[in-house]
Design a binder for this molecule. Sequence first.
Ligand SMILES: Cc1cc2nc3c(=O)[nH]c(=O)nc-3n(C[C@H](O)[C@H](O)[C@H](O)COP(=O)(O)OP(=O)(O)OC[C@H]3O[C@@H](n4cnc5c(N)ncnc54)[C@H](O)[C@@H]3O)c2cc1C
Length: 390
Amino acid sequence: MALFELTELQQQIRSEAERFCREQLGPFASPMDDDEHWPDEIFPMLGAQGYLGATVPEQYGGQGLGLLEAGLICEVMNKWNPAIGLSWAAHDNLCVNNIYRNANEDQRRRYLPGLCDGSLVGALGLTEPGAGSDALGSMATTAVRDGDEYILNGSKIFITNGPIADIVLVYAKTDLSASAHGISAFIVETDTPGFAVAQKMIKQGYRGSQTGELVFDDCRVAVENRLGEENAGVAIVMSGLDLERAFLALGCVGTTERALELALEHSENRRQFDQPIGEFQAIAHKLADMWVSLETSRTFCYRVLDMCQRAADGAPDPLIARYAAAAILYAAEANTAATNEAVQIHGGSGFMWEMEINRLYRSAKLLEIGAGTSEVRRNIIAASLRSDGL
Ligand SMILES: Cc1cc2nc3c(=O)[nH]c(=O)nc-3n(C[C@H](O)[C@H](O)[C@H](O)COP(=O)(O)OP(=O)(O)OC[C@H]3O[C@@H](n4cnc5c(N)ncnc54)[C@H](O)[C@@H]3O)c2cc1C
């Protein structure tokens, strides 16, 4: 098991992606946050620059990268523009990677090229108003078979990219008597009659990323758009959630790194009592602690994504769910703590809305909630420890 150095190629992918994200995506961060605005040119731009379909083979229009390489892109995108980083992750990991892994050849050919060139935007709809942490057990959205179609009814909430999506990967109950084993996955085109965006939601952070409530009202979806077998959706959900957690953990790492850079810069430039504030031990120790948690998160999260890649390559690891939950648990809490300390180091200026550190601080909290909360992650780790031991 690698413990953990990036290869030369991985370092090159990360540094090229960082240059692109800093120069091309960074300038959008402030206006997107101010106006809760998503610029339509972003997905086509990401497609043209080779940042969509990161893990999808080239024959379908993707980049053919491994999960760790894609995670490195996630890291630097969330460093320079977290709102784009989140929307990109929802598209590329939650939706596109999931479709690639579970679709049949016809579905791959119909949807992946558009999702990889940015002409189609993807989203994933699992959470419902009454089904959050208990997404599978409490799911109320139904899909009833009617000839060659399923009729979907219900709603999904807090869906990243929901208001701008062309394709939503939706989970719905196809057998009401079978709990989690009565769930199926569907590719829903958002121009299908019966589909609507009920509301765009206003957020404290990641404000440029569009989040919405989606409604299905007798929405007819062709049987050929079912992903996998009927009632076999639970495996798609669970494997997708593991990957989502391991992947988004690196988004936390990117934001933590930027918070530390900003804190370090401010602690050199800001003078009080005739000296840079970084010379006060209280401030210097905060910087030291932030760096330690950053490097701890980074090393662990790289290792976990590498484990996920090995599993994808045919060496399944029964502890993947535990490690993926642990990676995002640790990285998200480290990120919240680091952005909080970085605001503290900025003093009053850190409390100002337009400051970059304030934007990162407002956003960080989400990663302790989305993709399963910190409490749910601890539940997964504890259950795995009890059943599998160390
Ligand atoms: C900005 C944003 C974007 C999102 N994007 C998506 C998306 O693209 N697709 C999607 O499907 N979902 C998305 N979500 C939904 C997200 O995954 C859920 O918010 C999350 O799973 C928590 O569900 P909930 O909000 O209903 O909280 P609840 O489940 O109501 O939890 C409330 C509290 O109770 C605690 N709790 C619940 N059960 C337990 C338990 N068994 N043990 C201990 N504590 C427990 C929770 O940890 C939490 O602290 C997004 C959410 C947000 C805020």
